[in-house]
Write a protein that binds this ligand. Structure first.
Ligand code: NAG
Ligand code: NAG
Ligand code: NAG
Ligand code: NAG
Ligand code: NAG
Ligand code: NAG
Ligand code: NAG
Length: 360
């Protein structure tokens, strides 16, 4: 007995999934039980599964004003007509049971049904709903770049769904996110709205998807006229084209930046350490240079080798200089006073010469 219940409930569970979301609109009030509206409603909603399942979409209407009702059914583009019919049957029963409002919609993974006192044909009012999938409760490991890939995929699918007439406003696709993760998605519109309306509806839905699910392992947004979804597994039953991943701009670049930073750091360290050693050596040599300055200058003068003196900023080479005796130079440079030192040249220390008493 227990086994039978478990078996039956298992079969039941595999055939009929729970609705994703049920929206009984509170805006327009409820219809009266036993009213003509309710009678028309039942005709519309119970007719929808049989007239919609073969093509996956249809509209129907019943009654005259003010009790006229219109209804619409849509199956996800990849489901078989029998799976579509099973889903729509369940949906129509559930919707009549759950809602008593004059306007309502129910969404399942494989199908949706809506009815209203308003003419639903071409009625495109975006009102996104956010059913919470199991996958939506888990976050992805790389939260920084994930949504860029989801957006790339969804933008592509939205255009495909809206503009590719061979696809009945349904598009599936996949994009490789990492070595072990591929994002699968679909975008779909009801076939009664225009291309631009479909694109607009999906762009609103994508904004909502960003809000709820930009770093989640899955997400779905449903609205009356469009829906979109992504998962890290292939949840649909259709061949899907692979969308090209972005050039290694996002994550690839981080590796590049890391390499460049490493090289720069190593280079800077090499330069700093190298020049420190160089400066230390140079400093030591400078001390030695200072010691021999006076003697060297006297020596250089004595052997009459090139010496450069400056005269009011003008460089004068020693070859052009008239002969000067050492006493004149000593007097002119104030006995090689540090205050007369201009700098250190290639030939030795350079002194400023004051011409008081010195003749050219
Ligand atoms: C919609 O249903 C009507 C009535 O059954 C049918 O004639 C029509 O072919 C259906 N349209 C589509 C697109 O399935
Ligand atoms: C609903 O609107 C469509 C397009 O605007 C129109 O073709 C259709 O006849 C209308 N249906 C009803 C029942 O008013
Ligand atoms: C019912 O009829 C009224 C008046 O013709 C119309 O405005 C309204 O759109 C119709 N509703 C449906 C569901 O077709
Ligand atoms: C429309 O979809 C079909 C089937 O996937 C594809 O072969 C075709 O290239 C698409 N057309 C456009 C314009 O994208
Ligand atoms: C993919 O690999 C990363 C680590 O590289 C891991 O964190 C993540 O859970 C893996 N994802 C799946 C779906 O296996
Ligand atoms: C997937 O599609 C194949 C081929 O159309 C079909 O045989 C199979 O039953 C489908 N599976 C589901 C779960 O719809
Ligand atoms: C969608 O992606 C495919 C494959 O990367 C590409 O050929 C196509 O041009 C894209 N379509 C749009 C509208 O971006």
């Amino acid at each position: 007995m227990c086994f039978l219940i478990v078996l039956l409930s298992t079969i039941f569970a595999t055939v009929v999934a729970d609705p994703l979301y049920t929206a009984c609109s509170t805006e327009y009030g409820n219809y009266d039980l036993g009213s003509p509206f309710e009678k028309n409603l039942k005709v519309v909603v119970e007719t929808l599964p049989s007239i919609s399942s073969s093509t996956g979409f249809n509209n129907t209407a019943s009654g005259i004003f003010p009790d006229n009702v219109s209804g619409q059914a849509l199956c996800r583009g990849d489901v078989t007509s029998s799976a579509c019919q099973t889903c729509l049957r369940e949906a129509s029963q559930k919707l009549l049971k759950e809602c008593k409002s004059k306007d309502a919609t129910i969404w399942y993974e494989a199908c949706q049904i809506r009815y209203s006192f308003q003419n639903l044909t071409s009625l495109n009012v975006y009102a996104g709903k956010y059913p919470v999938l199991e996958s939506e409760k888990k976050s992805v490991s790389d939260t920084v770049h994930f949504y860029d890939y989801v957006k790339l995929l969804m933008d592509n699918l939205s255009i495909d769904a809206a503009l590719n007439h061979s696809k009945l406003m349904f598009a599936t696709g996949e994009i490789k996110f990492s070595s072990n993760e591929t994002i699968y998605g679909h975008a779909q519109c009801t076939r009664d709205i225009r291309e631009d309306e479909c694109q607009e509806c999906l762009s609103f839905a994508l904004l909502d998807l960003k809000g709820c699910c930009s770093s989640k392992q899955g997400g779905i947004i449903v609205s009356g006229s469009c829906n979109l979804r992504f998962e890290l597994y292939k949840y649909y039953n259709a061949s899907s084209h692979l969308i090209a991943s972005p050039t290694p701009k996002g994550r690839g670049n981080w590796k590049m930046v890391a390499i460049i930073v490493s090289i720069t750091t190593i280079s800077v360290l090499t330069i700093v350490i190298g020049s420190s050693i160089f400066c230390l050596r140079r400093k030591r040599r400078n001390y030695r240079d200072m010691e021999r300055n006076h003697l060297a200058l006297l020596n250089e003068l004595a052997i009459s080798r090139g010496i450069t003196l400056t005269e009011e900023g003008q460089l004068v080479s020693s070859e052009d200089l008239p002969f000067m005796d050492l006493n004149t130079i000593i007097a002119a440079t104030d006995n090689f006073a540090d205050s007369n030192k201009l700098g250190q040249g290639g030939f030795g220390t350079v002194y400023k010469v004051s011409y008081k008493g010195a003749s050219r």
